[in-house]
Design a protein around this ligand. Structure first.
Ligand code: ADP
Length: 180
């Protein structure tokens, strides 16, 4: 589903973050060391190639909520924005850290004049954040950021399963008050 709000398209889609060739930047749900691993980070590093780990080395470690940007190398995008979401139950208050993570990713995209960006569901895999709560914070943060965006014209959430997609879709309908 998608909706245009104040000139910005917000989309929710089911899919793989490494298969989004029509966006300029993809967001990596990274680890502090910016290394490959499981989940999103593993998929992005595999698709981007070994140069990505090389490019990340100078930036690591990053702190919870921080975001850094690199080239996307063999991915069909221009940039990867690596950010570190909160570990649920550890980085408290989790909702504030998760909001900060989305805000910093959008901020670095704006600083690089990026027009389109795709997010995975940050922190809801290895970091254990309950998907419904994460969706609420992600969509509230995007909603409150829309008015400040200058370069970004499209924000996409890429959900890896049908059930996660449905949760984000329902949350988007209630938070952004949208129809499909
Ligand atoms: P975190 O460590 O921030 O929890 P993960 O990568 O473990 O990050 O998972 C974040 C979310 O991304 C989970 O909901 C997971 O199902 C999903 N995910 C895993 N692989 C991919 C992928 N290739 N594309 C999009 N989403 C993915």
């Amino acid at each position: 589903m998608k909706k245009k709000i104040g000139g910005v398209i917000v989309e929710i889609t089911e899919g793989n973050i490494t298969k989004q060739p029509d966006v300029e930047a993809v967001v990596n749900a990274a680890n502090a060391q910016l290394r490959t691993g499981g989940g999103v980070a593993g998929a992005i590093h595999r698709a981007s190639g070994p140069e990505l780990a090389e490019a990340c080395r100078d930036f690591a470690p990053i702190k919870t909520g921080e975001a850094v940007i690199t080239d996307a190398f063999d991915l069909n995008n221009d940039y990867v924005i690596h950010c570190l979401g909160p570990v649920y139950g550890v980085d408290r208050p989790e909702d504030q850290y998760l909001a900060k993570t989305y805000k910093n990713a959008l901020k670095i995209a704006e600083e690089n004049n990026i027009k389109s960006i795709a997010f995975p569901s940050i922190s809801t895999g290895a970091f254990g954040y309950p998907i419904k709560q994460a969706a609420v914070t992600a969509l509230r943060t995007v909603k409150s950021s829309l008015k400040d965006l200058q370069s970004i014209e499209k924000i996409r959430f890429v959900l890896f399963s049908r059930s996660d997609y449905k949760i984000y879709k329902d949350t988007m309908n209630s938070i952004l008050n949208l129809e499909e």
